[in-house]
Design a protein around this ligand. Structure first.
Ligand SMILES: [Ca+2]
Length: 354
């Protein structure tokens, strides 16, 4: 989802990390949800919206020609564009300036509240058989699938109810990132062309992130899966498709079987800043030699594993040693806040079972 990083905006949509997903639009000063369009926790000047010089109808006619040339069936376009109008609320959300940016601790408190942990354990138990099947096929632990599901849409509750075609057309017509949304609109039309879903059921966030996994249309096209075998990829309604689509996405972008995301650690006083950041990779033994310890003070494991040290709140804040799977989570949504939140929720869900 494309979301807004402002507390305000976040409050109306589901709260997500200040991030930018791969499949999605570039960073904007907004908190989006995973794999949606989001932004880093910094304020970036918002480009002034460029009012489109032509009417929406004229723009749509032009776009229709392009879509036809790109191979979308005329019948699909007729159905998708029937009665199509821009959505003023979508533009409002797109143009909203963030009033404040969440701190890491505020973000964590908002995204991984106790209630979400409790509910995640219930969901894990409720869908255990299915999650184990999906987990075995894609080599991604169930607790990470459930954590992403919980953070993206509060376990399916907040998938968004905007018409994806209308929202994307609005943003492609006159949004701040028209080119990006034009591409996503074409991808959304290809999804309709594939017959997975009817135009009226293609629902999502104001920025076009869809279903319980909040995939942007391009992510859906590349990674959504029909796991229950009914012939439709349906991450809006079918838990099998929701879980398998998330797991397939993680797997395809490099999830390492048998490894976790990372762990919270302590660093010595006066720890050198040059070691902090995802561009610094060292083995656990090297981190141990630099004085890094587990949160409880114990030695790091003696694995030959490569890790980086991140401090989402900046130097002096909480520190996390993160592994390759953390980078995979950041492919989903380009934010260290998001990656740590998913890891923390997944760990809480493991509750001793790992
Ligand atoms: Ca299905």
């Amino acid at each position: 989802m494309l979301a807004a990083s402002s507390v305000l905006l976040a409050a109306c949509m589901h709260v997500s990390a200040p991030v930018t997903p791969p499949s999605s639009p570039p960073p904007t000063p907004v908190v989006a949800s995973a794999n949606s369009v989001a932004a880093e926790p910094v304020t970036i000047p918002t480009p002034t919206p460029m009012p489109n010089a032509i009417s929406f109808e004229a723009w749509l006619a032009e776009f229709r020609t392009e879509a036809l040339a790109a191979g979308i069936r005329a019948a699909t376009l007729n159905a998708a564009f029937d009665g199509l109008k821009p959505i003023p609320r979508v533009l409002e959300l797109d143009r909203q300036q963030p009033e404040s940016v969440l701190s890491f601790e505020d973000y964590l408190a908002r995204v991984v509240p106790e209630r979400r942990i409790t509910m995640g354990r219930e969901k894990l138990a409720q869908h255990r058989a299915l999650l184990e099947k999906v987990s075995a096929q894609y080599n991604v632990p169930a607790r990470f699938i459930v954590a992403l599901w919980g953070i993206e849409t509060d376990y399916g509750r907040l998938g968004g109810n905007f018409s994806v075609i209308a929202a994307l057309a609005t943003l492609a017509y006159e949004g701040r990132r028209a080119t990006l949304f034009r591409t996503q609109l074409l991808e959304a039309l290809r999804i309709l062309d594939s017959g997975d879903v009817a135009p009226n059921d293609l629902r999502g966030s104001w920025a076009g992130a869809m279903g319980q996994t909040q995939f942007m249309p391009s992510t859906f096209r590349n990674y959504a899966v029909d796991f229950n075998g009914d012939g439709k990829r349906d991450p809006w309604n079918q838990p099998a498709d929701v879980f398998a689509s998330a797991a397939n996405y993680l797997s395809k972008i490099g999830w390492v079987k048998g490894e976790t995301w990372g762990r919270e650690v302590r660093v010595p006083d006066n720890f050198e800043r040059q070691w902090i950041g995802l561009d610094q990779r060292k083995t656990l033994a090297e981190w141990q030699a630099l004085g890094v310890r587990r949160k409880d003070g114990a030695d790091l494991a003696a694995f030959e594993m490569s890790a980086s040290l991140v401090q989402p709140s900046g130097p002096g804040g909480r520190a996390f040693l993160v592994y390759d799977n953390f980078r995979v989570l950041m492919e989903w949504n380009r934010s260290t806040y998001f990656g740590v939140a998913v890891g923390q929720l997944a760990d809480a869900l493991a509750d001793g079972e790992n």
